[in-house]
Design a protein around this ligand. Structure first.
Ligand code: AMP
Ligand code: GLY
Length: 412
C-alpha cells in the first residue's frame, strides 16, 4: 500500500517511521514534511488547510491511504475532500472534527452521551464570564472556544488573568478545575468499533515541576505503571464507546483518531478535552512501542473494517520522549538556529530522533524553523532505562538557546 502522511511535526515523523516499519506498506510520501521527514521519504509542498490541495496531491500520487496528522486540515474538510475522490482517509470529516474544533460542541456531545467531564459554561459577554468565575471559584480554567494548538487554555489562581484571557478570546468556555494526573488515551475508530492504543502521559507546561505557560507538549512516556487496573476498559465503556455512538446517532460518525485527554480526579475519571488526531508528543512514545503494523490498522479504520482487524501488539518495555524547544518557546520563539549532534544522538541504542520545526537553509545547514524543534524518544526494558537512553541522546544535541524539561518520566 502507498500511504500519504499530511503534516510537518514530530508526530508526522513518527507516523512516517512507523509506517516504514510495516511490511504491508510499500511506499510512504509526506506533505509538506520537514527536514527530517524529507531525508527519509519523498515530500511534496501542499497548503494543508486548503482541503482540495490535499485531495489533488493524493489523487496525483495514486495513494491508497491518506493519514492526516494535524487538526487544521481536518477542521477545514481535507478528509471529506480525499474521500470524495474515492481514496481511503484516516481522519474524521469536518463535521466530526468539531469534537476538537469547538470546545462548546464537545461539551454538548458529552452531555448527550453521559460522558463524565468538568462542569462548564459557555460565555460570550464579560458579565457571563464574571458569573462563571464566581460560580466555580479558583483555580480558574478559561478556554478559547476555537482551535488554539493547546495554548488557548489558561489555568490560574489570579482572577484578573482569567478575565484578561477571556477578553482576548471572545467566546470562551469556563469550567471547574479538575485535580489529579492527566492521561492521554488514543483510540482508533471507524465510526462504530474503537480500539485503544497504549495510554501515555504528556507534560504540557514549559518548565520543570509543571512551571511556566502551557505548550503544545514538552515530553511524554508510555505505558503508565501507576494506572489503576481496568483503567483502559473503563474509559472505553464510559467515554469512548458512548461518544462514538452519539456521533454516529447524529449522522456525523467519527472515524479516525479519537484522543481523550483525561484527568484522574478524586471523584473519578473526567474528560479534559477531545482531540480529533494523534497527540504530539505522546504519539512519538506510543508508536515507538507498536510492534504490529500501523498501515493496516489505520486503513481498517478508514474503510470501516476495524472490528475484523487484529488488535495492536506492544513492546512490553517503556518509551520516553523529550522535546527540545527553541529559544523563547512558547512566548517569543527564535528561529533559524543551527542544529548539531543529531548523528551522535541517534546512535544511542534504542533512541529515535524525530524532527518537528526543522529546515535546511540556503547554505545547506539544518536550522530550527518552529517552537518545538526535535523530539527524542528512548525505548528500553522499563521506564528508567528508556528515560536514561532518551536523556543521554538529548545531551548530544546542540541548539543554541534551546530548552527542554529534565523531569520527563521521573517516577511519580
Ligand atoms: P485543553 O486544551 O482543554 O486540553 O487544556 C490544556 C491543558 O490545560 C490540559 O491538558 C490541562 O493541563 C489544563 N486544563 C484544561 N482544563 C482543565 C480543568 N478543567 N482543570 C484543570 N486543568 C485543566
Ligand atoms: N499533546 C497535546 C496535544 O497534542 O494536543
Amino acid at each position: 500500500m502507498k500511504v500519504l502522511v499530511i503534516g510537518s511535526g514530530a508526530r508526522e515523523h513518527a507516523l512516517v517511521r512507523c509506517l516504514l516499519r510495516d511490511p504491508e506498506v510499500a511506499e510512504v510520501h509526506a506533505a509538506p514534511g520537514n527536514a527530517g521527514i524529507a531525508a527519509e521519504v519523498p515530500v511534496h509542498p501542499v497548503k494543508v488547510d486548503r482541503d482540495e490541495a490535499v485531495a489533488d496531491l493524493a489523487a496525483r500520487l495514486d495513494a491508497d491511504l491518506v493519514v492526516i496528522g494535524p487538526e487544521a486540515p481536518l477542521v477545514a474538510g481535507a478528509s471529506d475532500a480525499v474521500r470524495a475522490r474515492g481514496i481511503a482517509c484516516f481522519g474524521p470529516s469536518a463535521r466530526a472534527a468539531r469534537l476538537e474544533g469547538s470546545k462548546a460542541f464537545a461539551k454538548e456531545v458529552m452531555a448527550a452521551a453521559g460522558v463524565p467531564t468538568a462542569m462548564a459554561v459557555v460565555c460570550d459577554t464579560p458579565a457571563e464570564v464574571a458569573d462563571a468565575l464566581d460560580r466555580f471559584g479558583a483555580p480558574f480554567v478559561v478556554k478559547d472556544d476555537g482551535l488554539a494548538a493547546g495554548k488557548g487554555v489558561v489555568v490560574t489562581e489570579d482572577r484578573a488573568i482569567a478575565v484578561q484571557h477571556a477578553e482576548a478570546c471572545g467566546r470562551v468556555v469556563i469550567e471547574e478545575f479538575l485535580d489529579g494526573p492527566e492521561v492521554s488515551l488514543f483510540c482508533v475508530t471507524d465510526g462504530m468499533a474503537a480500539v485503544p492504543l497504549a495510554p501515555a502521559q504528556d507534560y504540557k507546561r514549559a518548565y520543570d515541576d509543571d512551571q511556566g505557560p502551557n505548550t503544545g507538549g514538552m515530553g511524554a512516556y508510555s505505558p503508565l505503571p501507576w494506572l489503576p487496573d481496568g483503567f483502559v476498559d473503563d474509559v472505553m465503556d464510559r467515554v469512548i464507546q458512548p461518544t462514538v455512538a452519539e456521533m454516529h446517532r447524529r449522522g456525523t460518525p467519527f472515524a479516525g483518531l479519537l484522543y481523550a485527554g483525561l484527568a484522574l480526579t478524586s471523584r473519578g475519571i473526567r474528560v479534559v478535552e477531545f482531540n480529533a488526531r494523534f497527540g504530539d508528543p505522546e504519539t512519538q512514545a506510543v508508536l515507538a512501542r507498536l510492534r504490529s503494523g500501523l498501515g493496516g490498522l489505520l486503513r481498517a479504520a478508514a474503510t470501516g473494517t476495524l472490528a475484523q482487524h487484529p488488535r495492536p501488539i506492544w513492546h512490553d518495555g517503556a518509551a520516553v520522549t523529550v522535546v527540545i524547544a527553541a529559544h523563547g518557546y512558547p512566548q517569543a520563539t527564535r528561529l533559524g538556529d543551527q542544529i548539531g549532534g543529531l548523528d551522535k544522538a541517534a546512535a544511542v541504542e534504542g533512541v529515535e530522533v524525530l524532527h518537528a520545526g526543522t529546515r535546511i537553509d540556503s547554505d545547506g545547514v539544518l536550522v530550527s524553523s518552529g517552537g518545538r524543534v526535535l523530539s527524542v524518544t528512548g525505548v528500553g526494558r522499563d521506564q528508567r532505562d528508556a528515560r536514561s537512553r532518551a536523556y543521554e541522546a538529548v545531551g548530544h544535541i546542540q541548539l543554541d538557546g534551546s530548552h527542554h524539561r529534565r523531569d520527563i518520566a521521573v517516577p511519580r
